[in-house]
Design a protein around this ligand. Structure first.
Ligand SMILES: NC(=O)c1ccc[n+]([C@@H]2O[C@H](COP(=O)([O-])OP(=O)(O)OC[C@H]3O[C@@H](n4cnc5c(N)ncnc54)[C@H](OP(=O)(O)O)[C@@H]3O)[C@@H](O)[C@H]2O)c1
Length: 321
């Protein structure tokens, strides 16, 4: 079995509640024509069927494509995870996924278009035993050859440590929010030491993210003076600097675009004119711990703030082993 190496860039397909499945699918078609070979899908994005039609109509060999899928929070637990992968594979018209991720480490979910203050009364903090049941489904998928690699998303170092201590198959990659103003340096260093590949979501600072993920304190990566200065120097859009920052730091970015011009320039950004070591060092000053996807809608009763989701003091808030 030929194993495809993970590409340097992927295309994001989360429409942030405002891009239709058909528009997303035609953007995937454009992206494939430009040269993208990695598509970041998820069950909850509700567009896998339309994307699957584009993939089926494409002349690209399946073995040259990297398809990532994710199990949503309402399908945790061993049997559900396997079912969820099967549904994604059916919709994407493929008999395997290259990478399958646990989208969030909580079984907490919310209806589409949820308001930031909405709470699911059944929401719970992280429960490691339950997560390991979900993970056993992921391992089963890899053992059966239905997925080639397994991984996680939205994890913290504290939760990864527990997982690495108890798993039979280690996570190959972890998807996490990463952009110059939110560099997550310590978590990335931990992942590097453990050999876990970082896939960076919202790599441009998610300028069109849903309202529920916006606060007055948020910083705009593409307007940061150092990012703008480097963009002028390289003769590119600030978006390119964000993506070159990712590549220069060993991160695989998965930007979303519905515009051919942006899709092309994003692709070129990671394949030409890399930033120098000096420029990467300059960009370290841009980091301001600017988390944009805070996850408020996943909070449980008794939680005090979105910070409880992210184990900032190194311990799992409200969690159980
Ligand atoms: N695992 C998770 O929990 C998780 C969470 C969030 C996101 N993700 C994944 O990560 C992907 C990307 O994140 P994201 O969509 O939040 O944010 P993003 O990629 O940082 O930003 C996307 C936005 O930037 C604009 N854009 C793209 N290229 C541009 C360019 N060259 N110049 C100027 N603007 C540009 C796009 O608008 P146009 O369409 O107008 O170009 C789009 O609205 C998602 O689609 C999803 O696949 C995963």
């Amino acid at each position: 079995m030929k194993m495809l190496h993970i590409p340097k860039i992927g295309m994001g397909t989360f429409g942030s509640d405002h891009i239709s499945a058909n528009v997303m699918a035609s953007s995937v078609k454009e992206a494939l024509a430009i040269g993208y070979r990695m598509i970041d899908c998820a069950r909850v994005y509700d567009n896998e069927r339309e994307i699957g039609e584009v993939l089926a109509a494409s002349k690209i060999k399946r073995s040259d494509l990297w398809l990532t899928g994710k199990v949503w929070n309402d399908m945790h637990g061993k049997a559900n995870v396997i079912r969820s992968a099967e549904l994604s594979m059916k919709d994407l018209q493929t008999d395997y996924l290259d990478l399958f991720l646990v989208h969030w480490p909580f079984p907490n979910h919310h209806p589409p278009f949820a308001h930031v203050d909405e709470r699911n009364p059944n929401a719970v903090p992280y429960i490691h035993k339950q997560f390991m049941d979900t993970w056993s489904g992921m391992e089963e998928l890899q053992r059966k050859g239905m997925v080639r690699h397994i991984g996680v998303s939205n994890m913290t170092e504290a939760k990864l440590r527990l997982l690495l201590g108890d798993c039979s198959i280690r996570p190959f990659a972890a998807e996490l929010e990463l952009h110059p103003t939110f560099a997550q340096k310590e978590l990335r260093a931990y992942m590097k030491a453990e050999g876990i590949i970082p896939i960076g979501y919202s790599p441009l600072g998610s300028p069109n993210r849903p309202e529920r993920d916006r606060t007055d304190e948020d910083v705009v990566d593409m307007e940061h003076p150092i990012v703008v200065e480097l963009a002028r120097k390289h003769g590119v859009h600030p978006a390119s600097i964000c993506l070159k920052w990712a590549s220069g730091n060993g991160i695989i970015p998965i930007p979303l675009s519905t515009k051919v011009k942006n899709l092309r320039s994003n692709f070129e950004s990671v394949h030409s004119d890399p930033l120098t070591e000096e420029e990467l060092t300059m960009l370290e000053a841009v980091d301001s711990n600017n988390r944009l996807i805070k996850g408020q809608v996943f909070l449980w009763e008794g939680a005090t703030s979105w910070r409880d989701l992210w184990d900032e003091d190194g311990t799992i808030t409200g969690g159980q082993s």
